[in-house]
Design a protein around this ligand. Structure first.
Ligand code: PEP
Length: 269
C-alpha cells in the first residue's frame, strides 16, 4: 500500500475579511516552499474570501465551507457549485457539525425559540456531497459524535450511520477521492482534544466502514483526517497514528504562525 499524502486543512469558519485573507495567503505562499516533504494544504474560507484565497498564488487548495446542491434558482442566501468553481474552489466541506447541530438551550443567543438554525442532516449532507462529486470537486465529509452520544456508548454507531448515509450512492472512485474528517463534536473549539489512541481507533473504524461498503483498496486510499482542537502541541501524537492522514483545523489555522507546525508535521509523512 502506498503511503497516503497527508492533508492540512484550515477551517476559518466565520472569520476573515478579504484584506485579512490576502495577508494570510501572502504569508502562506512564502511558507509553503520552505516546508520539507509533501502535504496537501486546503483553506476552507468564508464565501466572501474565496476569490482572495484563490488569487493568493499559493499551492493551497481553495475550499467552500458549505454548498447547496441545486444549480441555480430561487434559493435566497444559498451558494451553488458553479459559483464556488467560478471563484476557484477545488474543495467543499460537507456536513460540518456546526451546520448539522440544532441550536437550542445551550446557545439561546443564537436561536432563541427557533430551536434550529442551519439544520443539515444525513440526507442533505448526502445530496451536497453527491453534487460536489458530480461537479468534479473534492468533498470533505465531516462525521463525529456528540458528547451525549459518546457517553451513551453510541460513538461507533453514530459515525457508521453518518458514513453510510453521507456516502450513499457514491461509487468507489468518488469515495477514494473524498476526504473524511472524524470530528468529535465535543472536541471542536473546546481545547479538549481526543486522546490519540481513541482518535486512531475511530479513524481505523471509519476506514473499516469504507472497506465494508466498497473494498479494501478504496479504504486504503481514502484520507481520514482528525479534527477537534488540533494544535502545534498535539499534532505529532495524532499524525503518528497509522490511520490519521491529516487534520481539519479551526482555531489553530487562523494564523499562519499557528498553522505552520501542523503543515510541517503533515508534510513529514
Ligand atoms: C473545525 O472547525 O472543524 C475544528 C476542528 O475546529 P477546532 O480546531 O477549533 O476545534
Amino acid at each position: 500500500m502506498s503511503k497516503r499524502v497527508a492533508v492540512a486543512a484550515a477551517n476559518w469558519k466565520m472569520n476573515k475579511t478579504c484584506a485579512e485573507a490576502a495577508t494570510y495567503m501572502a504569508d502562506l505562499k512564502a511558507l509553503l516552499p520552505t516546508v520539507e516533504g509533501t502535504a496537501e494544504v486546503v483553506i476552507f474560507a468564508p464565501f466572501t474570501a474565496l476569490a482572495t484565497v484563490a488569487a493568493g498564488g499559493s499551492s493551497a487548495g481553495v475550499g467552500g465551507q458549505d454548498v447547496f446542491w441545486m444549480a441555480a434558482g430561487a434559493y435566497t442566501g444559498e451558494i451553488s457549485l458553479g459559483m464556488l468553481q467560478d471563484v476557484g474552489c477545488t474543495h467543499v466541506l460537507v456536513g460540518h457539525s456546526e451546520r448539522r447541530r440544532r441550536f437550542g438551550k445551550p446557545e439561546p443567543e443564537l436561536a432563541g425559540d427557533l430551536g434550529c438554525v442551519f439544520g443539515d442532516n444525513d440526507a442533505t449532507v448526502n445530496k451536497k456531497l453527491t453534487a460536489v462529486v458530480a461537479a468534479g470537486l473534492v468533498g470533505c465529509l465531516c462525521v463525529g459524535e456528540t458528547l451525549a452520544e459518546r457517553q451513551a456508548g453510541q460513538t461507533d454507531r453514530t459515525i457508521e450511520a453518518q458514513l453510510r448515509a453521507g456516502l450513499a450512492g457514491l461509487d468507489a472512485a468518488a469515495v477514494a477521492n473524498t476526504l473524511i474528517a472524524y470530528e468529535p463534536v465535543w472536541a471542536i473549539g473546546t481545547g479538549e482534544v481526543c486522546q490519540e489512541d481513541e482518535a486512531e481507533r475511530v479513524c481505523a473504524m471509519v476506514r473499516g466502514v469504507v472497506a465494508a461498503l466498497y473494498d479494501q483498496a478504496t479504504a486504503d486510499t481514502v484520507r481520514v483526517l482528525y479534527g477537534g482542537s488540533m494544535s502545534g502541541e498535539n499534532v505529532d501524537g495524532l499524525l503518528c497514528q497509522p490511520n490519521i492522514d491529516g487534520g481539519l483545523v479551526g482555531g489553530a489555522s487562523l494564523t499562519v504562525a499557528k498553522f505552520e507546525p501542523i503543515i510541517r508535521r503533515c508534510a513529514k509523512g
